[in-house]
Design a protein around this ligand. Structure first.
Ligand SMILES: *[C@@H]1O[C@H](CO)[C@@H](O)[C@H](O)[C@H]1NC(C)=O
Ligand SMILES: *[C@@H]1O[C@H](CO)[C@@H](O)[C@H](O)[C@H]1NC(C)=O
Ligand SMILES: *[C@@H]1O[C@H](CO)[C@@H](O)[C@H](O)[C@H]1NC(C)=O
Ligand SMILES: *[C@@H]1O[C@H](CO)[C@@H](O)[C@H](O)[C@H]1NC(C)=O
Ligand SMILES: *[C@@H]1O[C@H](CO)[C@@H](O)[C@H](O)[C@H]1NC(C)=O
Ligand SMILES: *[C@@H]1O[C@H](CO)[C@@H](O)[C@H](O)[C@H]1NC(C)=O
Ligand SMILES: *[C@@H]1O[C@H](CO)[C@@H](O)[C@H](O)[C@H]1NC(C)=O
Ligand SMILES: *[C@@H]1O[C@H](CO)[C@@H](O)[C@H](O)[C@H]1NC(C)=O
Ligand SMILES: *[C@@H]1O[C@H](CO)[C@@H](O)[C@H](O)[C@H]1NC(C)=O
Ligand SMILES: *[C@@H]1O[C@H](CO)[C@@H](O)[C@H](O)[C@H]1NC(C)=O
Length: 831
């Protein structure tokens, strides 16, 4: 009885014959009896990595290396014989017959590369799925040699780069993209002082990461822990190393030293996307502004050097000629017994090679010891993982300080007591005097007085023009703190001790907004009215005056202050300070020249000037901001009210997310929450949230998708669509997409051409993926960003969007009312 027909048997046989050779080929181990010769290769058990011989296009030289098995472009992560290439592919990798050596040898019997294994009994060599090539004792499995101890230019997850067991394991760039020969570009670990990593060209320092502050490299504020990968820095008397682990294995990531750049690449599918690259701007260049200089980067990426307050250019002439290498010197020499400290926030710590580290003392003891030791020039906390712990003391010049737009460190540097505090108080008093007099005596006298004072200031404090921008701003903003024991004031000053929010005096705000003049009104936000203001120095601000501050407003105010004071990202609007006076609560933000996104994209005239490139940049900027909220900041935040009117645009049309009144911090591992008070805005609320009050990060993803479609189409999500039988933008977009007419969605100002059409389609595609009905179908923001940035990524087909209602006229009437106002909050009881 033959249950298997003959054809099946033949098919079976056929399959066996076809696949048998490849099965035997893809082994991952070599033993004494089975050497490796080209074109064979070893493939790791999970097929992630391949080890074999390869050549590059530059010259016909051959190398033994490890590369990713499945990426389209051969991506080599390790090379054994980078400086001793083979002339042809006849090299054989074997474990020597007298059981002593793993070696790469050609027919000419020359050994190009070898590893000593003479003490081993029965050695085998295996390529592991981590990308590590190991030599170990068969059956016992103890590793005697591993490629992870000899990195080339690439840091893979789990590869420890640093100083381990008395050996440096550092990266060295390829000479060029098709020549693996060692170059002069390498990473260096300086163990002295407070250890940090450098990128060097030979012995010349190009870039430094800054020391590890317990959370991230102090010079890399964006490198915060997130749910996708974990950065690890270990430093003790036996070893100091840096590595990272992938927690989300749905994609791959590698760090590579590419010439003078340390780059992080991320893969989805089979191609790589550059995630970040260091140094990222001119201020990252080592010692750009010389000793005691501070580098401030502006929007045009040209470095702008200032001296630390209390210092002046060493050579005025050279400084003026933009040669800043000599840096700055003290205006007044330290007295040693009568010195003071100046606080500087949001910067990269200076070079930490000459730092003395005390891990067990606190900040106040640190200050005391620094003050006592005449050679101590600055101090800071060592570790900010749980508050501020430990003590770092700098000696001598402070080299390579830069400012950040958020997430930087705080340190305290020493100046002669006679010098700075007195100077800044005097300046402030004089400025205040100017105002009083000018109001009283009018413009003419103001001009005169200003002239005199300016002249005085220049004469007395010629260096103050160079003083650090950050300090100036905070000096100006910081009004007397201690007028009352008001509780809210304390809230403003933020419990988290490394950040403190400036308090504005109500009189300053009144003056700035001309008593909240109607002409200065910018708009109506969720919880109050926003006014434009101008500080005395001409700095523009936006003041949110919270409405009717009796019941729920208190919570929202506190919420927003607490939240946003911690958040620092280019795509989030920056809170400059707050103001509490009687029942008034005000928040002071940076001023956004181009107002909110809805005033642009839904406006006929303004919208017509917004080309594709600009719109795409705005979409990507919003995505980065939301990603930061979801996982890159120290907190995990769901915004819950993303909409066009909550996205503000600065003068360069960079988007910044605002209005955190409804935002929720999510803690622990919980993935979703339910609330009985649904707040948000119709048209942007995801179905599960609007109906059941269930929210998660996917609630924001949905709103983001709606925003994407609005930005692309210039139509409001809830507008009624003329004669078209669609109840909303989502259904309209979805219908067009299904019928292959996605370009019909575009706003008329977007011109499709061969350069951008795939980008546009991808963007609509991503938008539709984000607004899918089921939250679990929607991508995470990290995936959204990868999809937007990866031209070749294969995206899943979108399923039907939320609120999809078949085009049956009867249904249209029973659907959500269109007349609900687009602004302000809506409270709905979940059904
Ligand atoms: C490697 O060598 C082979 C044979 O010499 C040649 O056909 C191939 O193009 C080379 N590969 C590269 C990347 O140059
Ligand atoms: C065995 O190893 C030694 C070095 O330990 C080497 O000199 C010798 O040539 C090797 N013998 C063979 C047959 O490879
Ligand atoms: C291998 O190591 C052993 C022990 O350290 C040493 O005696 C031997 O000479 C080495 N062989 C080679 C070829 O380096
Ligand atoms: C491997 O492990 C065994 C037992 O744990 C030990 O006796 C042996 O010395 C180890 N071999 C090496 C090369 O470390
Ligand atoms: C350092 O190594 C020594 C000896 O191996 C060990 O006793 C000690 O615990 C190690 N210290 C740390 C911090 O790992
Ligand atoms: C990520 O993985 C590392 C090592 O595998 C682990 O120590 C860490 O706790 C993980 N982090 C998260 C957030 O799961
Ligand atoms: C190095 O960077 C250049 C451009 O930034 C890129 O084209 C190249 O692929 C990178 N090389 C590696 C090995 O990642
Ligand atoms: C510091 O200042 C005090 C008082 O002005 C003076 O007596 C002392 O000599 C000064 N010390 C140094 C080292 O200049
Ligand atoms: C550290 O101290 C050494 C020796 O005093 C000095 O040459 C070097 O310039 C100092 N480095 C920094 C960054 O201050
Ligand atoms: C100041 O600190 C440095 C570095 O720790 C130390 O070498 C020096 O002896 C100290 N000086 C005094 C006076 O304590």
């Amino acid at each position: 009885m033959n249950k298997w027909p003959l054809t099946h048997l033949l098919l079976h046989l056929f399959i066996t014959i076809i696949f048998l050779p490849s099965l035997t080929l893809s082994r991952d181990t070599i033993t004494i009896d089975s050497p490796l010769a080209y074109p064979d290769s070893l493939v790791s058990s999970g097929r992630t990595f391949t080890l074999g011989l390869f050549n590059t296009s530059k010259s016909n030289l051959w190398y033994l290396g490890i590369w990713y098995t499945q990426t389209t472009q051969q991506t080599v992560v390790w090379v054994a014989n980078r400086d001793t290439p083979m002339p042809d592919s006849t090299g054989v990798l074997s474990i020597n017959t007298n059981r002593s050596i793993l070696q790469l040898q050609t027919s000419s019997v020359k050994v190009f590369w070898s590893v000593n294994s003479s003490t081993m009994v029965s050695p085998i060599a295996q390529i592991l799925d981590t990308g590590n090539f190991v030599l170990m004792e068969k059956d016992i499995g103890n590793i005697t040699w591993q490629s992870f101890d000899y990195p080339t230019d690439t840091l893979l997850p789990g590869l420890k780069s640093g100083w381990i067991e008395g050996q440096y394991h550092l990266l060295n760039s390829w000479t060029s993209s098709n020549d693996p020969t060692s170059s002069t570009y390498q990473t260096k670990l300086v163990l002295a002082g407070w250890s940090e990593l450098f990128i060097c060209d030979g012995s010349k320092r190009i870039y430094r990461t800054g020391p590890w502050n317990g959370v991230h490299f102090a010079g890399e504020p964006q490198m915060t822990p997130n749910s996708q990968l974990t950065f690890v820095y270990v430093s003790n008397q036996n070893e100091t190393y840096f590595t990272f682990y992938m927690n989300d294995t749905s994609f791959m990531s590698r760090l590579v030293l590419n010439q003078s750049f340390l780059q992080r690449y991320v893969s989805i599918g089979s191609s790589w996307t550059l995630y970040w690259s260091l140094p990222r701007d001119n201020c990252d260049n080592y010692a750009q502004c010389g000793p005691n200089g501070v580098c401030n980067v502006d929007s045009s990426n040209s470095p702008d050097c200032t001296c630390l307050t209390g210092f002046e250019p060493k050579s005025e002439k050279e400084w003026m000629l933009h040669d800043r290498t000599e840096g700055c010197i003290r205006s007044v020499e330290l007295n040693c017994t009568r010195d003071e400290f100046i606080t500087i926030n949001d910067v990269k710590f200076p070079d930490s090679t000459n730092v003395t580290v005390y891990s067990t003392i606190g900040l106040s003891e640190c200050r005391r010891r620094c003050l006592m030791n005449c050679s101590c020039t600055a101090y800071s906390s060592l570790n900010i993982l749980n508050g501020e712990n430990g003590c770092a003391m700098w000696m001598g010049d402070l080299v390579d300080i830069r400012t950040f737009n958020g997430g930087g460190s705080t340190f305290y540097y020493r100046v002669a007591g006679s010098e700075v505090p007195a100077t800044s108080i005097a300046t402030k008093k004089k400025n205040a005097a100017v105002i009083v007099i000018s109001v009283a005596l009018g413009l003419l006298i103001l001009a005169l007085v200003a002239y005199i004072i300016q002249w005085k200031v220049i004469k007395n404090h010629g260096n103050s023009a160079y003083s650090h921008r950050q300090t100036q701003i905070s000096e100006e903003f910081r009004q007397p703190f201690a007028t009352t024991g008001n509780k809210v004031l304390e809230e403003c000053s933020s419990k988290r001790n490394f950040m403190s929010l400036p308090i504005f005096n109500a009189s300053v705000i009144l003056a700035a907004t001309k008593n909240f003049a109607l002409s200065n009104k910018l708009g109506e936000g969720g919880f109050g009215t926003v006014y434009k203001g101008e500080l005395e120095r001409g700095e523009k601000i936006a003041v949110k005056r919270l409405a009717d501050f009796s019941t729920q407003g208190v919570g929202e105010f506190k919420n927003e202050v607490d939240l946003i004071a911690e958040l620092q990202h280019v795509n989030l609007v920056r809170l400059l300070g707050c103001c509490v006076e009687g029942d008034e609560r005000m928040l002071i933000y940076e001023y956004m020249e181009n107002k909110s996104l809805d005033t642009i994209i839904f406006d006929k005239a303004k919208s017509s000037q917004l080309d594709w490139q600009k719109r795409f940049e705005i979409i990507k900027g919003i995505a980065r901001g939301v990603l930061y909220l979801h996982q890159d900041s120290r907190l995990r935040i769901i915004h819950r009210d993303l909409k066009a009117s909550n996205v503000l645009l600065d003068k360069n049309m960079n988007p910044k997310i605002s209005d955190f009144g409804l935002a929720r911090i999510f803690c622990g591992d919980e993935k979703k929450w339910q609330t009985s008070r649904v707040v948000g805005t119709y048209g942007y609320m995801s179905p599960e949230y609007a109906m059941d009050g269930v929210f998660s990060v996917k609630t924001d993803v949905f709103s983001f998708g709606v925003l994407v479609l609005e930005i692309i189409s210039g139509r409001k999500s809830r507008a009624i669509f003329g004669a078209e039988p669609f109840i909303n933008l989502l259904c309209y977009g979805w219908a067009l997409w299904k019928n292959g007419k996605a370009f019909d969605l575009l706003h008329t100002s977007i011109l499709v051409n061969s350069n951008n059409n795939s980008e546009i389609i991808r963007c609509i595609h991503v938008g539709l993926l984000c607004v899918q009905d089921r939250p679990e179908d929607r991508p995470h923001m990290s995936e959204v960003i990868l999809m937007l940035n990866s031209p070749h990524a294969l995206l899943p087909q979108p399923k039907q969007p939320g609120y999809f209602i078949d085009m049956v006229p009867g249904h249209m009437e029973s659907s959500l009312s269109y007349t609900v106002h687009d602004t302000s909050i809506t409270t709905v009881e979940p059904r």
